[in-house]
Structure formats: structure tokens, C-alpha cells
Design a protein around this ligand. Sequence first.
Ligand SMILES: [Zn+2]
Ligand SMILES: [Zn+2]
Length: 428
Amino acid sequence: MKYYGRICHDLSDITDEKILKTLPGVTIVNDKYKCNQCTNTDQRMFYHYYCYHCNKETIYCRSCIQLGKVQSCKNIYVIESHREETSGYFKLDFKLSPQQELASQKVSEAILSHSPLLLHAVTGAGKTEMIFEGISKARRKGYNVAVVSPRVDVVKEVYLRLKQAFVDEQIDLLYEGQIAKFNSTFIVSTVHQLMRYYQHFDVVIVDEVDAFPLEMDNQLMTTISKATRIQSSHIYLTATPNKQLRSLFKEHQIITLPARYHGHPLPVPEFHYNIVKTTKINHKLLKFLKRQVNENRKTFVFFHDINYMESVFKLYTQYFSKIECVSSQDPERHEKVSRLRNNEVDIMFTTTILERGVTLPALDVVVIRTDMFTSSAIIQIAGRVGRKTSNPTGNVICYNKGITKEMDLARKEIMSMNKLAKERGWLK
Ligand SMILES: [Zn+2]
Ligand SMILES: [Zn+2]
């Protein structure tokens, strides 16, 4: 394994790699601290203590502490980048949909011309396959490729799919606790791990860009520009681009992909007047859930709040044997999601933790207190339904006292995507 294009803390880690720059971990620029590992300049993130090696105060950066501490009294080394060409071979067992073909061509063009691109693709459009051809072309030219995502579970899943297709490539998987094994010519990683690199990547593909916490927006862009070469292509994939993201692209750099890969329309949310209380059973919900179990369908019931969810959950456990409740705070969340995938759960009460990632056949969703969800969250939740070719339809039931602006926006957006897909002849 080589440290090409990386920031190295210890020279004993490298062999014949060339050092591009040697600099202190933290420096002072215009009277302000700057971290040379993560480029952080937020002064609140710098701490100091007395260093007994140097017999003076030392400053370190808390912002990137997970990547290894960098401090003012210790140097870091920027290692020269390097390119290696491969055959770019990948295998794909099925034919791309016409929409995927178009997207694939746009991605390739952007990569070869070092241009930015935003793919606004609906949930279930088959985004991963759209990037295969572009990655292949990049690797044939020796371009270094990074595929990044905000969430570790998404990173792992994308890695597995790329690994299955690009069987000959040495793909590095990086997240907290998982480090590079190869030469970083092709990596799949969390954005945080991208901070380890300096002007190394020719292509960065950011999956599910809307899933980043808002406060990360600025850091995200800085991290990406530091890790990529001056001439490079940055490609963003999302089902729900916000205004800020859109504003970074010119009209022709945004591609709208309204169809699902199986050619069936997106399920449109149904709005029902219904208030679910923590003190007594809601008969409308109970009746719906019983019917679901009888018809052998799975249900996700979404809540905006953990305490509210747990109180409601207790009321329903006596009626069903395969019912569970999960949130990001749940230490058993990974086991519960595995049980879900193994068909051991019929009804899952959940927070937005299941808004992405898990794809099940014959799934319907219920949203409780829909007024507490943004239009993006509603679109993502609705996007869980009808993902499989064998089960391309399903229900998105939204319970609320009325219809909020965000609910209306979500439904309009979904309907306009279906209309566009139909106009383009991409629906069955
Ligand atoms: Zn830092
Ligand atoms: Zn020191």
C-alpha cells in the first residue's frame, strides 16, 4: 500500500513515495489558526496544552481528530499524487434502461471534460449503474476516482455493488476504523475520510448529497476541493436537491432523471385525516396494519420523534408478533435491520433512520404527524415503496390533521416527475 496523494503523519509509513510538502499540523495565518490536515479555520475547534517534548504550548485541531491528531509542534507530510491505468473492466448482468443510458453518457462526458454535474434522479432510478461507464473510462485514463457518501451504511453498500461490478479493480473502502489497503486509485469513502487526501482525485462522485447534515455543507465543498486536482470532475447524485445545491450548477449541468429503472411510476402519497395518540389505540392504523399482515405485506411506520414513537409502539405490540421499533439511538439497530432483511419483521416503527438504504419487496409506508416532515423527507420515505421489479407498486399513507405546504410540495414534486417520465416515454 502506498500513500499517494495523502497526508501522512509519520515518515516510517512511506517507502518510495515522494514528499510534496512538509508543514506543521497547525499554522497561524493572519493571526488565526489553520489546520493543514482538514483546512479547518474555526477557532473554537483549536485546543492547546503544554507539550513536554518541545517544552512549549502546542495547538491541535479537534475538527479532524478522528483522522489522527495534528498539532502545531509536529510536521505533517503531503505525499505526491500518482496515477495508475487499468483496463477499467466491469461486468453488468442486465441492460441499462434508456434513461440510465442517457445518464451514463452524461456522466462520462463530465468526467472526460473535467466538468461538474448534478444528477437529479428519483428514488429507485438505479443511480449506481449510471456511474459504471464513467468510472471505467476514468480508470482507463488512469484517473483517480472517489465515490463518497455521508453515511457509513450507504458507503458499505455502494462499495459492495462497485466491487461486484469492477472485479479487477483494487477498490479501497474507507470509513472510521476502516483504512486504505491499496494505492487509493479508486476509493469508496465517507466525506470525512476524504480529508486525508490532497489534490489526488480526478473524479469525485457524491452519492445522496442531500443526506449530509446542513452544517456540513461548507465543509463538504472545502473537503472535496482540497482532495481533488485543480482539473477534476465533481458529480453529485440526489433525489431531493435543495436550492443551495442547485445554485452551484448551470442549467445544462443539471440532469433530471424522472423514471424508476423498472419503468413504473413513483407511488404518490395519500393524505388522510388521522391523529395518532399515545394514550389509546388508533383504530384506523390498527385496521391498516392488520390488513397488511394478512396480505403478507411489510410496513414501515415513520415517526418524527423517538419518545412519541416508543409510547405509541407499546399500544400495538399486543396485536402483532412480528413488530419492532427502531431509531438511531437504538444500540440494537443493526440487528433489527438485519432481522428486517431476513423477513423476521412485519411492521417496523421507525424514525427517519430507515428513510434511506433498506429496500424490501411488498413494502408500504405510513407517516405519522406528517406535518413534522420536510418535503424532502416525505419524498425519500415515499421512495422506499415499490422499488423491486417484482413489486413495483405500493402505498404511501400520510396521517395528519391537515395538509401542510411541505406535504403539498412533496406530492406535487412526485407527480411532476411521473408526468415528465411519461412524456419522455420512459414509463411502461
Ligand atoms: Zn483539522
Ligand atoms: Zn511538541
